[in-house]
Design a protein around this ligand. Structure first.
Ligand SMILES: Cc1cc2nc3c(=O)[nH]c(=O)nc-3n(C[C@H](O)[C@H](O)[C@H](O)COP(=O)(O)OP(=O)(O)OC[C@H]3O[C@@H](n4cnc5c(N)ncnc54)[C@H](O)[C@@H]3O)c2cc1C
Length: 445
C-alpha cells in the first residue's frame, strides 16, 4: 500500500478537527497530516462498512490522486475508461461511441477511472494509519460551537482546535448548520439511483450479454426518463450497474442509503422499458442498493463569519448520488485547502486563507452541480425533437467522415465535460497566492 508523497511542510502546525471519515474527511486528514498539521478525525459509524458502488474519477481527480502519490493503488484498483458507449435505452442498440483521444489524455496527464467506493475508503484508512492520523470511530458530533471553537460530542466530550473541517456529508450536516446558523431545507425528490453488480464470468459466458463486457468502455443506456451506467471490473470479476430513474410512491426510506440492500422485486421498475439485457441482469442480481436523491440547495457560505469552520466535500457541495464529478469536487477541495494552509505562518491567518478557499471553490462547484443536472436531463430525454438532435450528434461521433463536423459534435456534447478535466486546484490556488499571499503575510504581526 502506498504512502502519500512528501510535500512542503507548513511553517505553522494547525490543530484541526475533521468531522466525518468518509472520502473527504479521511483524504483531508491524510493530506493535512502529511503537511505537518495536527489532525483528529471523528466519525459516527464504526468505519468497517465497504460500499461496492462505483465512483468516477475524471482526469482532474485522478491527477490530484497521482500528485498525492497514489499511482500504484490506482493502477491496481482503478478501471480505466477511454470510451463512453451510448446505447438506446429500450432496444440496446448502439447510438454511438464517444472516445477520449490519446492526445487529449496525454495532455491531461491522467486517465478517466472508475473506482469502488469501498476501495477508496480502504486506501485512505490505510494511509491515515501510516501517517499517524487519529481517527475516532463510533463518535458523533452533536454541535459545533464557534466561540471558543469546539466540537461537542454525543458522549459529552469537547474537542477544541484552531480549525474545524466539516466533512459530514450532504444530509443533515451539523457543520453546515454551524456555518449558516440555520438548517438548510432538504427537498426530497423521486429520483432514485439503484446500484447493483453481477458476476463478470457469468456475463462473459452468456452470448447475449458478452457484448457489453468490453474493458475500458463505460456503457450508458439512455432511455425515456432513465439512464443506466454499466462497466466491468476485471480484478473483482464483477459487472457494475447503476440505474437512475424517477419512482412513484414514498422513497424516504432510501434517502442517503448506501448500505442496505433490497430484493429487486420490491420495486416497480417497469422493466419492459429497459434493454432485454438489463432485464436479464436485474434477474441475475437479485438485490439492489437504492439511493434516493435529496435536493439540497447549495449553501451561500462555506465558512462561518468567524472563519474557523470550513465545509468541504458533500456538506459544501451536495450533489446527486450518481454524479460524475461529485467526488472529484471533494478531492479538489482538499488539494486547494492543503495548498493554502501550508503557506500561512500564524494561526491568525487561517480566516483569510479560508475566505480564499471559498472564493476559489464556490464558482467551480456551482458550475459542476449545474452541469451534472443538465447532463442528466440530456441523458434522460423523452422521445422528441431534442432527443433526435442529441442522438444525431452522438451518431456523428462514430460515423461522420468529416473531421470538422465530428469535432463540432464532440464539443457540443462533451466540450463542457472535457473543460472540467483540465482544471488544476493547485494552479488556481497558486495564482491566488501569487496575487494576494504577500498581503496576508504582511498583515500578520
Ligand atoms: C457509507 C457510505 C457509502 C457510500 N457509497 C457510495 C457509493 O457506493 N457510490 C457513490 O457514488 N457514493 C457513495 N457514497 C457517497 C460518497 O461518499 C460521496 O458522494 C462523496 O464521494 C464523498 O463525500 P463526503 O466524504 O464529503 O461525504 P459522505 O461520503 O457523505 O461522508 C460523510 C461522513 O460523515 C459522517 N458523519 C455525518 N455526520 C456526522 C456527525 N455528526 N458526527 C460524526 N460523523 C458524521 C458520516 O457517517 C460519513 O461517514 C457513500 C457514502 C457513505 C457515507
Amino acid at each position: 500500500m502506498p504512502h502519500l508523497s512528501s510535500s512542503r511542510k507548513a511553517p505553522v502546525s494547525v490543530r484541526i478537527t475533521i468531522i466525518g471519515a468518509s472520502i473527504t474527511g479521511l483524504a483531508t486528514a491524510c493530506v493535512l497530516r502529511r503537511s505537518g498539521h495536527k489532525v483528529l478525525v471523528v466519525e459516527k459509524s464504526d468505519g468497517t462498512f465497504r460500499s461496492p458502488g462505483i465512483i468516477p474519477s475524471p482526469p482532474n481527480m485522478t491527477r490530484v490522486l497521482q500528485r498525492w502519490g497514489l499511482q500504484s493503488y490506482l493502477a491496481k484498483s482503478g478501471m480505466v475508461v477511454d470510451q463512453f458507449r451510448f446505447l438506446e435505452g429500450q432496444s440496446g442498440k448502439i447510438i454511438g461511441v464517444l472516445k477520449l483521444y490519446e492526445e487529449l489524455l496525454k495532455d491531461l496527464m491522467a486517465d478517466f477511472l472508475l473506482i469502488q467506493h469501498g476501495d477508496l475508503i480502504s486506501i485512505f484508512q490505510d494511509i491515515a494509519r501510516r501517517e499517524g492520523v487519529e481517527v475516532r470511530y463510533n463518535t458523533t458530533v452533536v454541535k459545533v460551537e464557534r466561540v471558543p471553537l469546539a466540537a461537542l460530542l454525543e458522549n459529552g466530550d469537547i474537542l477544541y482546535s484552531d480549525l474545524i473541517v466539516g466533512a459530514d456529508g450532504p444530509l443533515r450536516s451539523i457543520s453546515r448548520d454551524a456555518v449558516l446558523l440555520r438548517q438548510i431545507e432538504e427537498l426530497p425528490t423521486q429520483h432514485v439511483c439503484f446500484s447493483f453488480s453481477v458476476s463478470l464470468s457469468d456475463l462473459q459466458a452468456d452470448t447475449e450479454l458478452e457484448g457489453i463486457c468490453e474493458q475500458r468502455n463505460w456503457n450508458m443506456w439512455l432511455g425515456d426518463g432513465f439512464v443506466i451506467y454499466g462497466a466491468c471490473h476485471v480484478e473483482r470479476n464483477r459487472y457494475f450497474l447503476c440505474i437512475t430513474t424517477e419512482m412513484h410512491g414514498d422513497m424516504t426510506e432510501y434517502q442517503g442509503n448506501w448500505t442496505k440492500q433490497y430484493p429487486v422485486d420490491r420495486f416497480d421498475l417497469r422493466l419492459e422499458r429497459f434493454d432485454p439485457r438489463i432485464q436479464k441482469l436485474l434477474r441475475m442480481a437479485e438485490v439492489l442498493i437504492p439511493t434516493c436523491h435529496v435536493f439540497i440547495p447549495e449553501p451561500e457560505n462555506l465558512i462561518c463569519d468567524l472563519d474557523k469552520v470550513i465545509l468541504a466535500g458533500q456538506s459544501a457541495h451536495p450533489t446527486m448520488p450518481d454524479g460524475m464529478h461529485s467526488t472529484a469536487m471533494c478531492i479538489e477541495d482538499i488539494d486547494a485547502l492543503d495548498y493554502l494552509l501550508t503557506r500561512i505562518r500564524h494561526v491568525d491567518e487561517i480566516p483569510r486563507v479560508l475566505s480564499a478557499h471559498e472564493e476559489l471553490r464556490m464558482e467551480r462547484c456551482t458550475h459542476a452541480r449545474e452541469w451534472e443536472l443538465r447532463k442528466l436531463q440530456m441523458f434522460t430525454l423523452d422521445q422528441g425533437e431534442d432527443r433526435e438532435l442529441r442522438d444525431a450528434k452522438i451518431r456523428c461521433l462514430s460515423e461522420c467522415e468529416d473531421m470538422e463536423e465530428k469535432e463540432y459534435a464532440f464539443n457540443d456534447l462533451w466540450g463542457e465535460e472535457v473543460d472540467f478535466y483540465a482544471y488544476d486546484p493547485i494552479e488556481q490556488a497558486d495564482n491566488w497566492w501569487s496575487m494576494y499571499g504577500t498581503v496576508i503575510s504582511q498583515r500578520t504581526p
